[in-house]
Design a protein around this ligand. Structure first.
Ligand code: NA7
Length: 534
């Protein structure tokens, strides 16, 4: 097989793409990876903003496929920083000799299926490659989004998006800084940037729930303890709801006395463990009153931390239930607003109007700035896929098929798009989980399916429309039983004007989802049509 005709093309060299390459290579397939960046890492390549850190603990946010890798790598902190995660991913790429099949600095423009040949043609600006399979490992939060306000091109200073942070860093010393956006990226970076800048104005459209990460160096004892029980811990991760094992809740938040509840939240708060707060009670994510006990706990903390009551109130989330937008872990976020040179502008009171030559203008006034940071997030889940012109059988485009919201079977495959797989695709539990746990499960499942085809002399596979419809409906029903659809979040697509409002995650739990995927495979890939051109 030539360089331009391979068994599989993988799009993206982040955590998913690298593991997919490793698995396909071991299964005896030829594969090429295309990656826009000039290095591996995906999310962790691009998001180099100050304070960027994962909100899943280091020893849990790592690959499990290689026990040797697990034992060799030494994490240094409870929550890993972006540079440490990137070094880890680079180490994995080198250790398993993955780079030789990756073409860097190359964006995939289109993928077109030829039904007669049973192959995809994948086109980049420099070449066209044919492949039997295409595997999208394009990430859920990789297509960044700028705020929808005019004037960015007029501003005479630099504007940086947290999701495209310059590799050389940004020196804010002595600068007047304006930050737009208070999601995870804003909340992690604002305390550090505000320490450096002469003054900082934070433009907040929606306050978010955040709690202290309680980050600290890992002790040698806890590292060796985890390394001694990794197999059992990994099993617990795979069977858990969010890919993070926590004690199973047995009670409603409303059936325990208030003091006991506060004690429980306090313990989770001190652990700096989001899943422990979310999972403390059975109904936190399904019952508004139960949820509000957690929300109120966080709002009380904000009031205790922030000196100025009016600022504390502005920082207090009231428009959506706790956990229905991804809550954040921070280091000193709320206390940052006690500094005399840090100001908060509530965009619900005074909306953004434009970016001017000199700064940011709201309906009330202009704020002069030397530097602007957009911490405005991503066109999540579908953005990176829709950025590629993907055409399946009969030339149907994925963008058109998904015009009213994404439709997939298991979040892994799409009817009408044979031999195409979407790792952590829409309607899988991925974004509601420890991403690496989901990635490994998806990659393993897809690789097993490809091996199954080959072992049976088959060459194509595609979900039926009926199976896809059923899955879409199941995802909706499970989602509707929770509070998630009540929030305007990126899970719902509501952060992107014009995007259909659909809950794009499966909230049935990582463990139960895995069981469903495994049962489908055991049942001869029920819901898929497996075939051969011959
Ligand atoms: P998020 O969580 O989507 O946060 C983006 C923030 O930017 C959020 O506060 C938005 O307000 C705000 N935003 C977006 N567009 C605008 C405009 N036009 N005007 C004003 N403010 C705006 O992205 P992050 O990068 O912080 O985090 C993404 C995920 O990465 C996170 O959930 C973790 O899973 C890791 P809004 O809330 O939409 O009103």
């Amino acid at each position: 097989m030539s360089h331009n005709d391979v068994d599989a093309v993988i799009v993206g060299a982040g955590i998913a793409g690298l593991y997919q390459l490793y698995r396909l290579r071991n299964a005896g397939l030829s594969a090429r990876v295309f990656e826009t960046a000039d290095g591996v890492g995906g999310t962790w390549y691009w998001n180099r903003y100050p304070g960027a850190r994962c909100d899943v603990e280091s020893m849990a946010y790592s690959y499990s496929f290689s026990p040797e890798l697990e034992q060799e790598w030494v994490w240094t902190e409870k929550y890993p920083t972006q540079p440490e995660i990137l070094s880890y991913i680079e180490h994995v790429a080198d250790r398993f000799d993955l780079r030789k099949d990756i073409t860097f600095s190359t964006r995939v423009e289109s993928c077109v299926w030829d039904d007669t040949a049973g192959r995809w043609t994948v086109t980049t600006p420099s070449e066209a490659v044919t492949a039997q399979f295409v595997i999208m490992a394009t990430g859920c939060l990789s297509h960044s989004k700028a705020p929808e306000i005019p004037g960015a091109d007029r501003f005479r200073g630099p504007i940086h998006h947290t999701g495209h942070w310059p590799h050389e860093g940004v020196d804010l010393t002595g600068k007047r800084l304006a930050v737009i956006g208070t999601g995870s990226s804003g909340i992690q970076s604002i305390p550090i940037m505000a320490d450096q800048a002469a003054s900082t104005v934070v433009f907040q459209r929606t306050p978010n729930f955040s709690m202290p990460a309680g980050n600290r160096p890992l002790q040698e004892g806890e590292i060796s303890d985890m390394k001694g029980r990794y197999p059992e811990f990994r099993k617990a991760q795979r069977e858990s709801a969010f890919g993070v094992p926590v004690e199973h809740a047995t009670q409603s938040a409303l059936e325990v006395p208030a003091a006991e509840r506060t004690e429980r939240y306090q313990a989770a708060w001190e652990q700096g463990n989001l899943v422990a707060v979310l999972g403390a009670y059975t109904d936190t994510i399904t019952d508004a009153a139960a949820n509000d006990t957690a929300a109120q706990f966080v709002r009380d903390k904000i009031r205790e931390t922030v000196d100025d009551p009016a600022t504390a109130e502005k920082l207090s989330p009231r428009t959506f239930p706790f956990g229905t937008k991804r809550p954040c872990l921070d280091t000193g976020y709320y206390a940052t607003f006690n500094k005399p040179n840090v100001d908060l502008v509530d965009l619900r009171e005074t909306p953004l109007v434009e970016i001017t030559e000199n700064g940011v203008r709201t309906s009330e006034r202009e704020y002069e700035a030397d530097s602007i940071v957009f911490a405005t997030g991503f066109d999540a889940m579908t953005g990176a896929l829709n950025a590629i012109d993907i055409r399946g059988r009969d030339g149907v485009s994925l963008r058109d098929k998904w015009a009213d919201g994404p439709r997939t079977f298991l979040g892994l495959a799409v009817a009408g798009f044979p031999n195409l797989f979407t790792i952590t695709g829409p309607s899988s539990p991925s974004v509601l989980s420890n991403m690496i746990v989901s990635i490994e499960q998806h990659v393993d499942w897809v690789t097993d399916l490809i091996e199954h085809l080959r072992a049976n002399g088959l060459d194509r596979v595609e979900p039926t429309t009926a199976a896809e419809d059923e899955w879409v409906e199941h995802v909706r029903v499970v989602g509707d039983a929770t509070l998630f659809p009540t929030a305007d979040s990126w899970y719902m697509g509501s952060n992107v004007p014009g995007k259909p409002r659909v809950f794009m995650a499966y909230v049935g739990g990582v463990g139960p989802y895995r069981e469903q995927c495994d049962a489908i495979a055991a049942d001869g890939y029920r819901g898929f049509v497996l075939g051969s051109a011959a």
